[in-house]
Design a protein around this ligand. Structure first.
Ligand SMILES: Nc1ncnc2c1ncn2[C@@H]1O[C@H](COP(=O)(O)OP(=O)(O)OP(=O)(O)O)[C@@H](O)[C@H]1O
Length: 242
């Protein structure tokens, strides 16, 4: 579904990503791990086209993104959602309103201007809120929600926006253990049940092993470990955190 080949990201002083090759299937839950400064966030931003690539090829669902610039970029913008650590949400609006705002991207302009919400938009947003386990918080304002719940609203908003791939940058950093499990469980469920693809930067190896279907280890901008469906060996951990 996604094929990245020879992705290089350079800045004048150094090479941040060095010949990254990855093939990602629909419904995979990939945890990207690695030491600080190894290029994890840069990788996610490059996949979301928030960072310019120095070179490389990027194919999504058979579309060569850089060869078909306009359609390719539109496809990535629409289908690949980048979720920051502290996602920007409207604090005074409810979880439902925030998700509906995501959905409005797919709504005709006149509806956005008039603010008219169709009942099927409302139902769709509620369905998505249910998928991330926040039905009981749908009418709560963002400022009343915990960090983990806000993360889940951001995930729901990107799904409402039509995302098929969620690129989450440290979605559980700084959350309490219960919220960490809640966010990870819901990401896992989206992959398994909705065939959403998740690529998330996860700092703790134990969490990556418990929830992700695949672990990619980065070190100095290179993929040094790529394993599916199993724990890391001590040797693999040493390779990443040498
Ligand atoms: N736009 C930029 N200009 C200059 N240096 C950058 C830029 N973006 C990232 N870097 C540097 O590139 C390296 C990789 O950054 P990145 O944020 O991708 O690492 P990371 O693995 O996500 O780190 P952390 O775990 O600390 O968040 C770092 O040394 C960072 O300082």
């Amino acid at each position: 579904m996604i094929k990245v080949d020879k992705l290089v990201k350079k800045i004048p002083e150094s090479t941040l990503l060095d010949h990254i090759h990855m093939e990602v299937e629909e419904g995979e839950f990939i945890a990207v791990i690695g030491p600080s400064g190894s290029g994890k966030s840069t990788l996610l931003k490059c996949l979301a086209l928030r960072e310019k690539w120095t070179s490389g090829t990027y194919i999504a669902d058979g579309v060569d993104i850089f060869a078909n610039k306009m359609t390719g970029m539109r496809k990535i913008r629409r289908e690949c959602a980048y979720i920051e650590q502290n996602p920007t949400l409207y604090p005074k609006k409810t979880a439902l309103k925030n998700v509906l705002i995501g959905q409005l991207y797919q709504t005709p302009i006149w509806r956005m201007v008039t603010g008219m919400v169709r009942s099927d938009d409302y139902m769709g947003a509620m369905d998505i809120i249910e998928q991330v386990g926040l039905l009981d918080k749908a009418h709560a304002k963002i400022e009343q929600l915990s960090g983990g719940e806000r993360q889940r609203v951001a995930i729901a908003r990107s799904l409402a926006h039509g995302a098929k791939v969620i690129l989450a940058d440290e979605p559980v950093l700084g959350l309490d253990p219960q919220s960490v499990d809640g966010v990870m469980q819901h990401l896992q469920k989206l992959c398994r049940e909705q065939k959403i693809t998740v690529i998330a930067v996860i700092q703790q190896i134990e969490l990556a092993e418990r929830f992700a279907s695949r672990i990619i280890g980065l070190e100095a901008g290179k993929i040094v470990v790529d394993v599916k469906g199993r724990r890391l060996t001590q040797m693999e951990k040493n390779k990443i955190f040498s």
